[in-house]
Design a protein around this ligand. Sequence first.
Ligand SMILES: Cc1cc2nc3c(=O)[nH]c(=O)nc-3n(C[C@H](O)[C@H](O)[C@H](O)COP(=O)(O)OP(=O)(O)OC[C@H]3O[C@@H](n4cnc5c(N)ncnc54)[C@H](O)[C@@H]3O)c2cc1C
Length: 522
Amino acid sequence: MPGLFPLVPSMPRHTADTTNVTGLAQAGGRVLRPRTTAQVQRIVRLANRRGWTINPVSTGLNYGYGGTSPVRPTDIQLDLGRMTSIRNAAEISRGNPVAVIEPGVTQQALYAWLQQHHPDLAFNVTGSARETSIIGNALDRGVGYFGPRREDLFGLEVITGTGELIHTGFRRLGESSPLAHSHPYGLGPILDGLFFQGNCGIVTSACFRLVPRRPRAVAVSLGLREGKSLAPFIDRLAELKREAVMDSVTHIGNRQRSNASLMYGITTYLEQQCGRTPQAAAVEAKEALALVAKGEWTSLGAVTGSAAQVRANLAEVRKRIGDIATVRELSEEKLALGYRIMHALRFFRAARANAAAIAAIRPLHVLALGQPTDAAIDNLLWRYGRSDLPATQLDRTSCGLIFINPALPMNGALVEALVRELEEVARPFELYMTINIETATSLVAVINLLFNRDDAAESAAARKTADALHAHLRARQLEVYRARADMMESVVDPADPYWQAVGAIKHALDPNGVIAPGRYSP
Ligand SMILES: Cc1cc2nc3c(=O)[nH]c(=O)nc-3n(C[C@H](O)[C@H](O)[C@H](O)COP(=O)(O)OP(=O)(O)OC[C@H]3O[C@@H](n4cnc5c(N)ncnc54)[C@H](O)[C@@H]3O)c2cc1C
């Protein structure tokens, strides 16, 4: 096949390792790493002729959803991580806040590029690793701190299952059309949706919405007071979202999640900056944790705008929610000042606890302001004794992590009741949970089980529990908003007319079933 060499020098060569934190993996086949759209097209055409199947991944850090594992074994793992261009770099500006990116453009790469060239532009970041792909995450319908990533991506360049190159929206008019990178919908049926949580094509570039930075942005931490109920907390935060007082995605984390997010930062500070022994640090860490995550539920969101808008919105948040939750403004200046003072006084135990708490919060609160961080993954690496590894290597540890993430209505009472039921179903496992105020009408809960993947019995129990949690959701006529590779069979019902229609569209765009068989389709 001319032009494919050296991409396909011989079959097979380097086989994909699809081991991942869920503990469940299918063979990914041989790894191919194209650099251009034309190479992707040639691979797909060749696959059609040879009867190969392909699993595309962008950076493959889909932690908790199956990593690089396909749903069914594939012949080729198409690793798009080498496609790293910001194609319209020269045209990006505050007046033209759209980046045309390739799948290998990571959160960190775009953030660093913007910091250098357009520090007045930001984008919707997720809490996962800095080196995760923006396109990969968006295509799996990931959720960032500003909103669902689905809403940020349009104008897709796609190689369909037959090897055709198509552009969605007005990108079909050509890259030089004034509409190509600006109008998100185009004319006629919006095809974009087929490629999100789908398997009809391979996305090789897309328009990604950037966000002009507001004059002032502060992260807001809210702590539900002991004894207060979750339901009104959710309902009032929902109101604040609908009225655009807090228009970020407010993440409401349970105690387990808050502890897991902060323990690493707190303990490392106590050990490394204060010379505490691991035993002493463990005792003092609890005191530090109590300072920042007192109650059962703690949340992180953001308020942005002019200085006057931020002041007014913060006052509104306090007025609406202050009776049931503590409201703390977390600006970098405040945290830096607090840290300087408390760190200087660290020989006092109470000051040490405060400094440790601030040290742990600092890398996390920036998420709400549009800065990616490895903090959440670093916490897991630390917990599983592999702080030596980078955040891209979590799958190489003994960490076991399974997500079961329900889509939910904006209804505090329903959510509170469901949370209690799920906790009951999960016992003796603890659930690590955030409830995210995602849109003006809906929520998603991000729920994971943590287990030791080296322990076969614990892994089996975790999987059984995950199945029971999913069954419970379905019994309540609910469903997950994003599925793990290993749960596709239970999510996709071939007898359901909806999935039959999806199957018919898949057949039209990929008649030989080349791309990611079984992924969100029968
Ligand atoms: C502690 C922790 C925190 C996390 N926080 C978040 C969070 O805040 N928000 C969130 O959404 N997730 C989060 N995650 C989950 C996950 O790590 C991220 O969603 C991550 O961005 C997904 O990996 P990726 O970007 O490398 O995508 P990939 O793994 O590259 O892609 C995901 C899937 O999309 C499909 N796909 C990818 N690229 C293409 C393409 N070009 N064409 C066609 N199909 C494609 C493939 O099926 C692939 O398996 C978190 C996980 C952990 C453990």
